[in-house]
Design a protein. Sequence first.
Length: 176
Amino acid sequence: MRVISGIYRHRRFDVPRTFKARPTTDFAKENLFNVLANRIDFEDATALDLFSGTGSISIELLSRGCGRVISVEKDRDHYNFIRKVMETVGTQNSLVINGDVFKYLEGCHEQFDFIFADPPYQLPELGEIPEMVLNRGILKPGGIFVLEHGDKYDFKENPHFRQMRVYGSVHFSFFE
C-alpha cells in the first residue's frame, strides 16, 4: 500500500497476504483524489472512512492534511493493521474503530466534510448505504460522500447523486 501525496507521500506499508480486503487500487485512488482535490479543501477537514479495510484511504486523507479521520473496520486483523499504520506515522488525528459500520452509523452524531465507503462488493446491503449515510445527517452541508462499488450498481435515481467515475473495475459514485 502506497501513500500518493501529502506529508506521508511515498510511504509504503506491506499489507499481509492473508488479508481478505480488496484495497482500492493506486490507479483508482490517485484518480479519486485528483477529482476530490478540486472539490474539498482537505486542510483541517473531518472525514469518515467506512469499511476501511487496509486504511489506504484514511492514511491518504491524513497525509493531505485532514484534521480528523475516523476509520471504521469490523475485521480485527484489518483494524490492528490500520492502528499500526497510524502509530507508525505518529498521527494524533486518527481514530480507528473496530466495529460494525451499520451499528456505528446508527449511533453517530458527528458531522463530516467527507465520507468514503468501500464495502465488500458482494455485501447485500450495499445498495442501501447511500440512504443510510445521507439520511443520518452526518454529512455537513456542502460535504461529499463517495461510495466505491462494482458495475452492477447504479445510483443515478438518488436525488443526492452527482456523478459516477469508473477506473477499470472500480466505480465511484459521488453524492452531495
